[in-house]
Design a protein around this ligand. Structure first.
Ligand SMILES: O=P(O)(O)OC[C@@H](O)[C@@H](O)c1c[nH]c2ccccc12
Length: 273
């Protein structure tokens, strides 16, 4: 039976084929080569620091989701991104998937022009074309979802991203997917507590899987952060970073909210040892 993820990916492919008719891969490659070099998302997420005593926040620009519908009317993604950066976000994630999340590459362009922090192009990456596209539009980090890719795709897409100077956030949801991420030499590994095949959220998934990720990797807790208590829970269970969408886009003062999450995370990390 087709899962939610299969349905999303079918739409992603159709939309991509339409874009390919407008901008060829050859043109994209020229644009990517002309773009300013990628920023170091690995360093921004504390990858270079062995202690990682700070909890990093990846703040997401997310207009809607298939599970919750419209989350916020974001009139000006650039202004929201500036608030995220002012609040101390280490990376800003821009959802570019159109059909289910109402995102676009135009959002990525607007955010790129507004802030200097590393950007994650958040999409369902299924084709090399999207990786060139991400770089051409100024992204520094891309998402690879293990559940949607073969081992060959995982390693080929990772290698291409690195050649273009970008980092990769490899998203997992099960023990087997973590093994596959590690085998593909992933250095930034996310555990999404939302099952993309059913859209169910189970926050306890993070604590049960985080310990399986090698210490060298940056560990990202993805989805389901509602408040500082959730942040404390993820940080106490081994998160080096959190990826937050809904709780920021739907909040009146996202800048203060990020500062609050960062403080809660640092306190929980300090209490770990
Ligand atoms: O809005 P939340 O619950 O804070 O979740 C953010 C992020 O983790 C979620 O948007 C996400 C995680 N992995 C994805 C893959 C595709 C699309 C979206 C996602």
């Amino acid at each position: 039976m087709a899962t939610v993820l299969d349905d999303i990916n079918a739409g992603v492919r159709e939309d991509m084929e339409a874009r390919k008719r407008l901008v060829s891969l050859a043109e994209l490659k020229d644009l990517a080569q002309a773009a300013a070099p990628a920023r170091d998302a690995w360093a921004a997420l504390g990858g270079t620091s062995p202690t990682r005593e700070q909890l990093k926040v990846i703040a997401e620009i997310k207009r809607r989701s298939p599970s919750k519908g419209d989350l916020a009317s974001i009139g000006d993604p650039a202004s929201l991104a500036r608030q995220y950066a002012d609040g101390g976000a280490s990376v800003i994630s821009v959802l570019t998937e159109q059909r289910r999340f109402s995102g676009s590459l135009a959002d990525l362009d607007a955010v790129r022009a507004a802030v200097d922090v590393p950007l994650l192009r958040k999409d369902f990456t299924l084709d090399e074309y999207q990786i060139w596209e991400a770089r051409a539009h100024g992204a520094d980090l891309i998402l690879l979802i293990v559940a949607a890719l073969s081992d060959t795709q995982l390693s080929d897409f990772s290698a291409l991203s690195r050649e273009l100077g970008m980092n990769v956030l490899v998203e997992t949801h099960t023990e087997d997917e973590i093994e596959r991420a590690v085998a593909a030499n992933a250095r930034i590994i996310g555990v999404n507590v939302r099952n993309l095949k059913t859209l169910d959220v189970d926050r306890s998934v993070f604590a049960s899987l985080a310990g399986l990720i090698p210490a060298e990797a940056v560990v990202v807790a993805e989805s389901g952060v509602r408040d500082a208590d959730d942040v404390t829970h993820y940080a106490a269970s081994g998160a080096n970073a959190i990826l937050v969408g809904e709780a920021l886009v739907s909040h009146a003062t996202p800048r203060e909210r990020i500062a609050e999450f960062t403080a809660a995370g640092a306190a929980a990390i300090a209490a770990r040892s």
